[in-house]
Design a protein around this ligand. Structure first.
Ligand code: MG
Length: 162
């Protein structure tokens, strides 16, 4: 794998249910519902993991961290992102930039974006200026618009080191 730059795309969705903490971008966001999943269900970090794995052609997050494996029950997805980024570095790449869109009807995510950027930049060993996170609603349509789920899409560019 000698390509100087490589692109990767990731997508994730989780159901939004009562009785769960809302963890997104490695932070807890005050809300009356949270994302449901085997791990902490951090759809943003999962989408970034899949984008990184796509860029390095290393399968997907479910291949590396199966949701049937008890060791990943309730796992902090920051650990999954750190482990995924270690695979990228092993292949000889660093992050160029990451761009994500979170599609969620509620809560308002814009006030929380700088904190998410800081967490992700730290894990991916880059500057905040290389971590873009955008939020949009689903205009009250479909499951996302009915506050039953959230969707995240992410793209990354990785750059060969040296
Ligand atoms: Mg997921």
């Amino acid at each position: 794998m000698k390509t100087p730059i490589r692109i990767g795309y990731g997508y994730d969705t989780h159901r939004l249910v009562a009785g769960r903490k809302l963890i997104l971008g490695g932070i807890e966001i005050p809300h009356h519902k949270g994302l449901l999943g085997h791990s902490d269900a951090d759809a943003l970090l999962h989408a970034i993991c899949d984008a990184l794995l796509g860029a390095t052609n290393l399968r997907d997050i479910g291949f590396h961290f199966p949701d049937t494996d008890p060791q990943y029950k309730g796992v902090d997805s920051r650990i999954l992102l750190r482990d995924t980024f270690a695979l990228v570095k092993q292949k000889g790449y660093v992050l160029g930039n990451m761009d994500a869109t979170i599609i969620a009807e509620k809560p308002k995510l814009n006030p929380h974006i700088p904190a998410m950027q800081a967490v992700i930049a730290d894990i991916l060993e880059t500057e905040i200026g290389n971590i873009s996170i955008k939020a949009t609603t689903h205009e009250k349509t479909d499951a996302v618009g009915n506050e039953e789920s959230m969707i995240v899409q992410a793209v990354v560019l990785i750059v060969r080191e040296g």
